[in-house]
Design a protein around this ligand. Structure first.
Ligand SMILES: Cc1cc2nc3c(=O)[nH]c(=O)nc-3n(C[C@H](O)[C@H](O)[C@H](O)COP(=O)(O)O)c2cc1C
Length: 134
């Protein structure tokens, strides 16, 4: 099983209806593919965690990468995992303010190999805390 975290920019015309459409498709597809995760949206950006079987997560990410409703998608972190962080969510959604994205923006700026595991864990812990509050 793997966990993939990416960040992207919403297109300027992105709205609530578009988000609802994405969630509907995601929940259907993800439950069939054994994928769980969370989609965080705010300040014109997305951050999404996808976790599940390696092939399924990668196949889904390739589809997402091609999606014209957002641009500039970058993988921030990808790692093998034994346990899920978001086991109850076929795709949870969090509407976040721009502040929440500060950490993600920092990770994104130093993306991929330079991202330290601790920095990633910190971001994940904060998202978990936020989800519990929501
Ligand atoms: C920000 C964002 C997140 C998305 N997340 C998922 C997802 O978790 N699972 C999924 O199947 N599709 C997701 N999509 C939609 C895919 O890009 C694609 O439209 C969809 O998987 C196509 O489904 P279909 O093959 O059943 O037509 C997302 C799209 C965007 C823009």
């Amino acid at each position: 099983m793997i966990r993939l975290l990416y960040c992207s920019q919403a297109k300027p015309d992105f709205n609530k209806d578009t988000l609802d459409e994405i969630l509907l498709t995601s929940r259907k597809n993800n439950s069939e593919a054994g994928i769980t995760g969370v989609l965080v949206h705010g300040g014109g950006m997305f951050m999404q965690v996808l976790e599940g079987p390696e092939q399924a997560v990668l196949r889904t990410y390739v589809k997402i990468l091609d999606d014209k409703r957002h641009t500039d998608s970058r993988i921030i972190h990808i790692t093998p995992v034994k346990e899920r962080l978001f086991s109850n969510w076929t795709m949870g959604v969090v509407e976040a303010g721009p502040l929440t994205f500060e950490h993600v923006a920092k990770l994104r700026a130093n993306r991929l190999e330079s991202v330290h595991a601790d920095a990633f864990s910190q971001v994940m812990r904060e998202f978990n805390a936020m989800l519990i509050k929501t």
